[in-house]
Design a protein. Structure first.
Length: 272
């Protein structure tokens, strides 16, 4: 009998996670089935509980449920505790749920290992302050950037996130309007604007010479933010496919105790 895993989100039909985990399973010889679950916006907690009650062995959690998954979990890993957001749920022997967050690990690995971007000493702008931003901000600060600025349409949410992570490094916050006259070496879009083909409204010339743009979203064609980065002269403008594969590999390791190889999977998905 194959163990059952899934990703839960809303929307969810675009998710490549089932394909990624099926490749991981074949690569490692692990026997499992991985599905998509469309989570009800009002009843996410019941949907997640039902999945595990029916024998599910692990859930990935995506937009817009990461913060609710954090509240649902009975115990939390260090990254999840700090982030206030969970993207991986594991059932424990006592039937409680363990919450982990592999997003930040996935992003750092994609940037630093797959693309050789030096995070140490750089100026980073993080657009958005929701569950996705919460999951990556701490691991980014641990890389020793010169500065991490969190900008959000609701600056109080950015202030809250920055306050929680202040002991980790030089972190600041503000509104999108506060970005006027500033420049950054790496601009990361963690907002959900890309789901509707939009981008956050940021000033012209905000990418420093040689700077990069990175969208946590991914799609079969360049996202609106990736196109924006190219139009602004970014040296590289990337979507989140590599991060998706890397965070999935970390989740797979947490569930199965086996770490899959990722570079060939990223290369395959980049051509499909």
């Amino acid at each position: 009998m194959q163990d059952r895993y899934a990703v839960i989100g809303n929307p969810i039909e675009h998710s490549k996670s089932p394909l990624i985990h099926s490749i991981f399973a074949k690569q490692t010889g692990e026997r499992l089935i991985y599905d998509r679950v469309l989570g009800d916006l009002e009843h996410f907690e019941q949907d997640a509980a039902r999945f595990f009650q029916q024998g599910g062995r692990g859930l990935n959690v995506t937009v817009p449920f990461k913060e609710r998954a954090w509240r649902l979990a009975t115990s939390l890993g260090d990254e999840a505790q700090r982030a206030g957001a969970v993207n991986t749920l594991l059932p424990m022997p006592d039937e409680s749920l363990r919450g982990e967050n592999t997003d930040g690990i996935g992003l750092v690995r994609d940037l630093a290992v797959n693309h050789n971007f030096l995070l140490s000493g750089c100026r980073i702008l993080l657009l958005g302050a929701g569950g996705a931003a919460s999951g990556i901000a701490g691991p980014l600060l641990e890389q020793g950037p010169e500065r991490l600025f969190i900008a959000n349409r609701n600056p109080s949410k950015a202030e809250y996130l920055a306050g929680r992570l202040a002991p980790l490094g030089n972190i600041d916050w503000g509104s999108l309007e506060d970005l006027e006259g500033q420049q950054f070496d790496l601009i990361i879009n963690s907002t959900a604007a890309g789901l509707s083909g939009e981008i956050p409204t940021v000033p012209e010339g905000i990418i420093a010479p040689g700077g990069w743009a990175y969208d946590l979203m991914y799609a079969s064609k360049p996202t609106a933010f990736v196109d924006w980065g190219k139009s602004q002269g970014a040296a590289r403008s990337l979507d989140g496919l590599g991060m998706l594969v890397e965070q999935a590999a970390e989740s797979f390791f947490l569930w199965r105790g086996v770490r899959p190889e990722t570079s060939s999977v990223i290369a395959l998905l980049s051509t499909t």
